[in-house]
Write a protein that binds this ligand. Structure first.
Ligand SMILES: [Fe+2]
Length: 269
C-alpha cells in the first residue's frame, strides 16, 4: 500500500492514454499488425505538442514475451515526459517491472500533480481474464485521499469498473465491482476512473465519477454485443486535461482511412 510517489507539479496536466497494445513476438493479432497500428496511433498523438504524462493502461503484451516489453521500452524510453504503466490480464507483472523501468518509463503507481493525484492499480488475477481490486488496492484508495485530502483523485486500472452491457465482456470485468464502488463512495476526492480492456471508447458517469475507457491501439471490440464481435473502427488513443476544478477535458482520436482492417477470429479474445 505504501506506493512511491512520482512528484510532478503541473496545474492542468495534459495526459495521453494508450491502451491494449497487444505487442508480441510475431506482431499480429486478428489480422492487424500491432506494431504498425501502435506506431500509427503514436504518430497521431504527436499533434499534442505539450504532454505531461503518458499512461499505458495494460495489455502491453499479447504473449507475455520479453520481446513485447522490449519493444515497448524502446518506443518510450526517450520520451520527454514520464510514461507510467499498469498490468492487464495479458501482462506479466514481473517482466514489466524488470523491463519497463528505463528512461522515461516509470514503475511508480502514485503520481502527484498540483491539484490531482493519480493512483495506478493492479487489477490482474494472474492466469484469468477477469480482474479484481484486492484489499490492499482498495485500502490504497482511501489512504491516498487521507494523504492528500485537497487533491482530486484519478484511479487508473485495466478492467472496466461498470458494466459495458456487452454480455461477453461483462463476464471478464472486475469480480468485485461492488466493493470498489463501496470504497469510492466513501472517498469524495475520486473524480474519475480511467481504464482499458474493453477495446472501445467509453465516457460515462457513475455516482458523480467520470468513467473513461479508450480504444485499443490494436483491434477494436464492438460495443453492446452479446457475443465477441470485432469492430472496424480504427485504433486510437485518449487525450485528457485534468482541470483544477476536478473536471476532465478529454477527446478520443482514431487513425484515419481504414488503414487497419481486422479479420474475424472465432476463437475470440
Ligand atoms: Fe486487451
Amino acid at each position: 500500500m505504501n506506493k512511491d510517489i512520482l512528484q510532478l507539479r503541473q496545474a492542468n496536466p495534459q495526459i495521453l492514454q494508450f491502451t491494449d497494445l497487444h505487442l508480441s513476438k510475431n506482431d499480429e493479432l486478428m489480422g492487424i499488425n500491432c506494431d504498425e497500428s501502435f506506431a500509427a496511433v503514436k504518430a497521431l498523438s504527436s499533434q499534442y505538442h505539450h504532454i505531461d504524462l503518458t499512461l499505458i493502461t495494460g495489455d502491453i503484451s499479447q504473449d507475455h514475451s520479453e520481446a513485447s516489453y522490449y519493444k515497448c521500452a524502446e518506443i518510450f524510453r526517450y520520451q520527454n515526459h514520464p510514461v507510467a504503466w499498469i498490468t492487464g490480464n495479458h501482462d506479466d507483472n514481473e517482466l514489466q517491472k524488470e523491463i519497463l523501468s528505463i528512461g522515461a518509463l516509470t514503475p511508480k503507481k502514485r503520481i502527484l500533480f498540483r491539484h490531482w493525484q493519480l493512483l495506478l492499480l493492479n487489477t490482474q488475477i494472474p492466469g484469468i481474464v477477469c480482474g479484481e481490486v484486492n484489499d490492499d488496492e482498495l485500502a490504497s484508495i482511501e489512504q491516498a485521499a487521507l494523504d492528500y485530502p485537497n487533491h482530486h483523485l484519478l484511479i487508473v486500472m485495466h478492467h472496466h469498473p461498470i458494466p459495458m452491457n456487452s454480455e461477453w465482456i461483462d463476464k471478464h470485468c472486475l469480480n468485485n465491482q461492488q466493493a470498489l464502488w463501496e470504497t469510492i463512495d466513501k472517498v469524495p476526492q475520486v473524480k474519475g476512473i480511467v481504464f482499458g480492456h474493453v477495446h472501445q471508447s467509453v465516457d460515462a458517469v457513475k455516482n458523480g465519477v467520470r468513467i473513461l475507457g479508450a480504444p485499443s491501439t490494436s483491434v477494436q471490440f464492438s460495443p453492446l454485443k452479446k457475443e465477441f464481435t470485432i469492430d472496424k473502427q480504427q485504433p486510437g488513443f485518449r487525450f485528457m486535461e485534468l482541470l483544477a476544478n476536478g473536471t476532465i477535458k478529454t477527446k478520443v482520436h482514431r487513425v484515419a482511412d481504414n488503414k487497419f482492417m481486422p479479420t474475424y477470429d472465432p476463437a475470440g479474445y
